[in-house]
Design a protein. Structure first.
Length: 135
């Protein structure tokens, strides 16, 4: 759920820029709001537990931050990165090998920790650690 809803949120921000429907400054403010909502979710505990309970900030906002960090790490536009992800999901080996090949072991471990560990004590540090692949 976090990956699918997070991609939708992140891609919506991209599309607003691409379609020139919003000024870049407005999209930046909106992204800052997404980041803030994610930090609030992180402050409440483990994201996967919140996602199971239906917390939209955990799924949409933190999922978006995960996608944005991953596409930046892969140095690919979000839509191309998602296509590669979707193709990887079709293979019997699944997502794990593709993630490690594409993102590296450290970022892959960080992404898993971002969703499964409790960062209520330091939500901002969790987002910084995710982006740097150091969780």
């Amino acid at each position: 759920v976090i990956l699918h809803e997070g991609y939708a949120e992140a891609r919506a921000l991209d599309l607003l820029v691409e379609a020139k429907l919003w000024p870049v400054a407005e999209v930046r403010r909106t992204r800052a709001g997404v980041e803030q909502r994610c930090m609030m979710a992180l402050a409440r505990g483990r994201l996967y537990e919140q996602a199971e309970a239906g917390n939209r900030d955990a799924t949409y906002a933190c999922g978006a931050m995960l996608w944005l960090a991953a596409s930046a790490k892969a140095d690919l536009p979000l839509d191309l990165f998602y296509r590669e992800y979707a193709q990887a999901m079709e293979h019997p080996a699944g997502l794990g090998p593709w993630l490690q090949d594409t993102m590296g072991r450290e970022f892959t471990r960080s992404a898993i920790r971002f969703v499964t560990q409790d960062y209520s004590h330091a939500p901002a540090a969790a987002l910084e650690g995710l982006a740097a692949g150091r969780l």
